[in-house]
Write a protein that binds this ligand. Sequence first.
Ligand code: TXA
Ligand code: MG
Length: 341
Amino acid sequence: METKQWTENGIKEAAQVLKDGGLLAFPTETVYGLGANAIMSGAVQRVFDVKGRPSDNPLIVHVSSFEQVEGYVENLHPQAERLVNMYWPGPLTLVCQVKPDIFAKEVSAGLSTVSFRMPDNEMTLKLLKEAGVPAVGPSANTSGKPSPTTYEHVFHDLQGKIEGILDDGSTKIGVESTVIDVSDPNQSPMILRPGAITKEQIKQDLDIDVSYDKHLLKDSDTPKSPGMKYKHYAPDTNVLMVKEQDWDAAVRWVKENHLRAGVLASPAICDKVRANTAATFAYSDKSVKAATKGLYAGLRALDETPLHLDVILAATFPEENLGVAYMNRLKKAAAQEYFEG
Ligand code: TXA
Ligand code: MG
């Protein structure tokens, strides 16, 4: 199958494909999603097949308004509407109780809840409005690989397997949305997956105390969000995390062992290590925001250099605010391993 590249003037055609049960990737502010009509079982099943996604990992339903969601959900959490008013369209996904038999059964992968999000991307909001159907949208990568933040990443993973890709350049944020469970109206909202909408920000903006799924902080237990238990976001090359104070020791180790190392870090660190490493990918500046935007692109770029790197060394950030999401993804890519100086 030829995978088409659509831009603004292809939205009508793309919407028809979506409505009819075809598969297309769409841009969002976080990462590109692999869209399919959430009502059609066959289309949703194909999403799992194309990604190679485990069938017990539920999908997020993407909508173009909150009114749409109100028609689907039951026992809406008292804080849900405040969260939506503050952050939609945006990188916030809400896990809700739903009325039976609306969505294809594959969407919720056996759970009684469905998660919703309204992405902050004009092309995709137009697409969803034009198609008039809710769309599942897992990240548009092969399962287990870093999520795609550009058209080229999607094309690399899914060319020939899907009908088309809506191209809107690079995504702004770089990691997937914050997933918050609001399915129990009697419990406080709980973060199942950290993202750009942070616990600290929600407290500040709305004075709502959200908790973290306690399994998020450990690696042994089964988390409440099924997607969090899989090896994820990982390039083929081994990744080691390097703490700020350990770069000198890491470079010495690389030199002594004649390793071909790739480095993913701030411009200043990349400058410092360049002479002794095979490849560097510098974030656009030293902020955690720039690091988060560049993380997946950097992992992919270093993984795919013809240099056949022995190891990728990636910079850590403090686990607070956006650093929680950055470190959550990096730790998975690195299988929890740090460079020990
Ligand atoms: O930013 C994003 O959320 C991107 C863009 C494309 O919108 N989408 C995305 O989808 O990351 P996906 O399928 O790669 O990740 C969905 C996450 C998984 O961790 C999944 O387990 C969790 O959300 N999830 C979905 N439905 C759930 C539910 N009903 N209960 C608990 N967790 C759920
Ligand atoms: Mg994903």
